[in-house]
Ligand binder design. Structure first.
Ligand code: PNS
Length: 159
């Protein structure tokens, strides 16, 4: 059975993330989308909130599971017995960072964890969780950036 993990902060998830999830879900029998529990960051949404949001956004995708993890991604992959990581690439600016992480994970896992990159659909290439947070912090329009059900929840965090 082909199983891949799509890890990320997803704080908050965007339509760009959903696009990657929908496309990756067609390529694998199971796709686990996993939220990094990063104690060093102070997120907008808690891990539990982000997991719930992702569950709502992917309810139409029957082979997608939502989870969270702490620590090294390669250790989480080993625990799940998964060897493929999915990451989205928006632009060349993402590439250097993503290449470094992918090569580090491959080296650290002794070749057990490989990364597959999906290029983000052009209509979402400009999107990032950081820009969504910045727009929302100034009460701007984020309706083209995130799923509809999430718009008010994000604005509520800044009200
Ligand atoms: O959405 P993000 O913040 O770009 O996702 C980054 C993520 C979660 C993929 C990356 O930070 C990660 O895997 N962190 C876990 C720690 C780890 O394994 N780091 C890789 C060695 S540099």
């Amino acid at each position: 059975m082909k199983h891949a993990i799509y890890p990320g902060s997803f704080d908050p998830m965007t339509l760009g993330h959903l696009d990657v999830i929908e496309r990756a879900a067609q390529m694998f029998d199971t796709l686990t989308v996993s939220v990094l529990n990063n104690v060093a960051k102070s997120p907008l949404f808690s891990v539990e909130e982000r997991v719930k949001i992702l569950e709502e956004a992917t309810a139409h995708l029957k082979n997608v599971k939502i989870d969270s993890f702490s620590g090294l991604l390669i250790d989480y992959c080993a625990k799940k017995d998964v060897h493929i990581v999915i990451r989205g690439l928006r632009a060349i600016t993402d590439f250097e960072y993503e290449l470094q992480i992918a090569q580090t994970n491959r080296k650290l896992s002794k070749g057990q964890v490989d990364t597959i990159f999906l290029t983000t659909s052009l209509e979402y290439a400009y999107l990032s969780s950081s820009s969504v947070k910045e727009i929302a912090s100034f009460h701007g329009d984020i309706s083209q950036c995130v799923p509809e059900f999430l718009v008010d929840r994000i604005h509520n965090k800044f009200s």
